[in-house]
Design a protein around this ligand. Structure first.
Ligand SMILES: [Zn+2]
Length: 309
């Protein structure tokens, strides 16, 4: 394939990345064939750009791999391989509901009863300690969940947010301030858009899943989110983990009692002391597993409903 033809195929938004990566690839090649040759200014810029992209995509090891696997240097092939990698990474960082659910409010999914799937959702983080403790539990149990983030929380814990994404969980928007009262149009837009922007800047994630704070559907937020093609994701089972008097055992009981195929479970990792939720989580997961449930993210759950529909 000729270089020109290849570049016509590159989607515009990847073009700068591809050029930057090509710069790096060329400097690998130069380093291999002409050791000691000083690298000029442009590849150095390319490295900086790749590092910036790498913050989200962790592609450096893959770039090295591409470099190592080659016998002789082939720019077209290198760019092809890198684009494939980037496109699959981009897919992993993009959470868009299936078309029938865009602009809709969802409380649970209808899936075949034989499909014992359930979606755990975790609100109000990312949060120091508790989010990471929950991530550890999810990892030990091979569970993927969906985290609905508050902009203000995210601002305080960007590293934790990147860990959530790196470990394969799905992400949704939970506004900037977590306000319940009715808001004017400009405030509503700001609550959602500002959070979406920070999610993208912090993690590279684009999401059009939205959960309204407190489940309030009539203060303007849900209406705006639906106009922007978000899915408004409510829940069908609450752990009731915001009840200040309840014991962790009660959270477990609430979830096991309400579980059914296609259910969406509400719990919290942030917004306050969530150590009781952390304490309840392993038992919650074990109880559901014992009943034969497997755990899916909200995007996976809706895709299942769409395919069965
Ligand atoms: Zn909340």
């Amino acid at each position: 394939m000729s270089g020109n033809h290849l570049f016509q195929r590159l989607r515009k938004k990847w073009r700068f990345v591809a050029i930057a990566l090509a710069g790096v690839a060329i400097s690998f090649a130069i380093g291999t064939f002409l050791p000691g040759l000083p690298i000029n200014e442009n590849p150095a810029n390319a490295v900086a750009q790749v590092q910036n992209v790498n913050k989200f995509l962790t592609i450096n090891p893959l770039v090295n791999q591409v470099g190592e696997n080659q016998t002789g240097f082939n720019l077209d092939r290198t760019i092809e391989q890198l684009l494939t990698i980037l496109e699959s990474k981009e897919k992993r960082l993009t959470f868009v509901p299936p078309e029938p659910f865009q602009g809709k409010t969802i409380f649970e999914a209808s899936v075949n009863d034989s499909e014992k799937v359930i979606a755990l959702t975790v609100d109000d983080g990312p949060w120091p300690e508790t989010t990471e403790q929950m991530l550890d539990i999810f990892k030990q149990n091979d569970v993927k969940a969906t985290f609905f983030w508050i902009g203000k929380s995210l601002e305080n814990s960007p590293e934790i947010a990147r860990r959530v994404v790196a470990e394969g969980h799905a992400i949704g928007n939970h506004t900037w301030h977590h306000w319940y009262d009715s808001m004017d149009a400009a405030t509503v837009a700001n609550e959602i858009d500002r959070t979406a922007k920070l999610i993208y800047e912090t993690t590279g994630v684009k999401t059009t899943y939205f959960r309204p704070p407190g489940g309030v559907l009539n203060n303007g937020l849900a209406k705006y989110a639906k106009e922007q093609n978000y899915s408004v994701v409510m829940w069908s089972v609450t752990s009731a983990d915001t009840d200040p008097r309840a014991q962790p055992e009660a959270f477990v009981e609430n979830v096991l009692k309400g579980a059914k195929p296609g259910a969406i479970v509400l719990m919290h990792d942030g917004g306050g002391d969530r150590s009781r939720t952390v304490k309840a989580l392993p038992e919650m997961i074990a109880g559901l597993k014992k009943e034969g449930y497997r755990f899916v993210t909200i995007p996976q759950l809706l895709e299942m409903q769409e395919q069965q529909g």
